[in-house]
Design a protein around this ligand. Sequence first.
Ligand SMILES: Cc1ncc(COP(=O)(O)O)c(C=O)c1O
Length: 392
Amino acid sequence: MKELSKRVLELFPSPTLSISAKARELRKRGERVIGFGAGEPDLKPPEILKECVIRALKEGHDKYLPSAGIRELRELLSYSYQRRGVNYGPEDLVITGGAKLGIFLVLLALIEEGDEVLIPSPYWVSYPVMVKLCGGIPKFIDLKEEEGFKLTYEKFLEKVSPKTKLLIVNSPNNPTGALYDREELLKIVGFCKERGIWVLSDECYENFVYEGDFFNLAKGFEENVITVSSFSKSFSVTGWRLGYIGAKGEIVKKLLSLNSQTLSNATSFLQYAFYYFLKEEEEVKKYLEEVKRTFKRRRDLVVSLLSEIEGISFVKPEGAFYVFPDLSRYYEDDLTLSELLLEKEKVALVPGTPFGARGRVRITFALPEDEIREGVGRIASFLLDGGGKGSL
Ligand SMILES: Cc1ncc(COP(=O)(O)O)c(C=O)c1O
């Protein structure tokens, strides 16, 4: 047989998905695993959304659709963006198979062999992998815990170069929970606009903000900021694979062609279901407010529990649903630590290394409060009882 492509030689499965798979296996064997690993909310999707899916199925929306997605849904999304001051018309939006595919399509449309892509670090595991698949070179902007893991104009200037094609911004952030400062981002995006640098704003966690306000980066910068967002996290439907891209100009046509030549269209009946559901504005608002309240309580709980463990440090998350503590004073090797925690304590979490931060772990606080208590308790006793070989 001839060889596999060079492109996939270094490719590995997403570590966040692998850890969830391992946890599922253990659960199947009857173990009580505390699942801090998955990057998804544990809540149920809105009941009315499920009814909308059934309605869409019964109506027979089974066939191929326009690649951009149904006009009705794009109109609703456009309306929502316009209300927030972002000038995306329905023709500027492409519905795709989750934000993940959306990000990949944007990178395919922009990145040429040797282009540099700036990625604030810690970062979502898939960014550098996807950039490399497209022939680009990831350049990391190292963010510090002491600075709340926030991207600043100064830090951006240190890394930007004539080869920079694109900057990826993810705020609220996975894995740090940081919400970047608006003024800093505006300076960065202004600079990028002047120099013709694209910005990809990954806004998957836009509805998970506990401190301060979320703002859409493309507002006033629609020409050089491409927005990617998703229904996955907001409505607890990560498995449905529905997301969207907002962009202006020539690139939209190319994104559309990429969508059309790869996916054809995002799942037909789910597009109709979201169209019916999003029209129920009051229901949508009520659901999202409840989600936010629940997650804020959980955030406060996990922060207070972690604060009691001596020798670890972390930043209080302002958004998303992750906390990213540094456990290196107990255990430098986060990969082994995560394996031991799963094996010995039946706690699933994701090591920090794949996010660009050795010695840390990512804890998802998307689970009931009693499980958060128990899970952090198990981690604490493992570390403090010397399970962590290099304990304090
Ligand atoms: C930062 C970030 N971007 C994108 C995604 C992908 O989301 P989706 O389910 O819409 O593909 C995730 C999911 O974990 C994420 O954390």
